[in-house]
Design a binder for this molecule. Sequence first.
Ligand code: PEP
Length: 247
Amino acid sequence: MRRKLAAGNWKMNGTTASLSEVSALMAAHPEPGCEVLLCPPATLVAAMAALTQGKIAVGGQDCHANASGAHTGDIAAAMLKDAGASHVIVGHSERRADHAETNEMVRAKAQAARAAGLVAVICLGETEAQRDAGETLDVIGQQLFASTPDGATGANTVIAYEPIWAIGTGRTPTLAQIAEVHDFIRSELAGRFGAEGGLMRVLYGGSVKPSNAAEIFATSNVDGALVGGASLKAADFGAIIAALDAA
Ligand code: PEP
């Protein structure tokens, strides 16, 4: 009932030359069973969407909460949509840290995404200190509640659980720790959104790679992954797609 989703976040990596990786990915996985999404830098959204022709969905990595205006350097959700995007990541921990984005700002961005017809991929995650202090579920529950707008549905919202200490570090939580948080998010979504909450995908993110993808995808309430570093190379991301298809 929830289609699996393999999402890649290229972060601030990639130029037009990198589109050859996307061509290679499509050649190796012409008809994946799961949904595949790539979120390149904004400069590549239009070219990637033209290349993938909907076979791989394309998303932005952030959008402004406003529809237009005097916000130099920012991008409105409708601009991403116009360039061919269908999704946008909001509230990635790097944006929360580098740009002081609060839950309230993330919720406003998710609302803007929905208004423009984009699916919002809302990111949540605890720091290592918060995990060590036993605060993980409190932090995730608070972020989930405050970052997700009312009216979120399975069609317009994806949740990504990304422990900050696992992003780009090669470290991952234990499978039991992943299951605990994903089960918690699933139950919170059901409590707030009812049946619609049961339709929202919950992705795991943080050092997913070909060697650990299968066990993560076999974990309770994991509907796919948000992948950073390993999404840059067709061979690695393709192996993760194959693992998700096999799950
Ligand atoms: C991310 O930044 O969303 C991420 C999960 O990165 P990595 O896979 O490189 O840890």
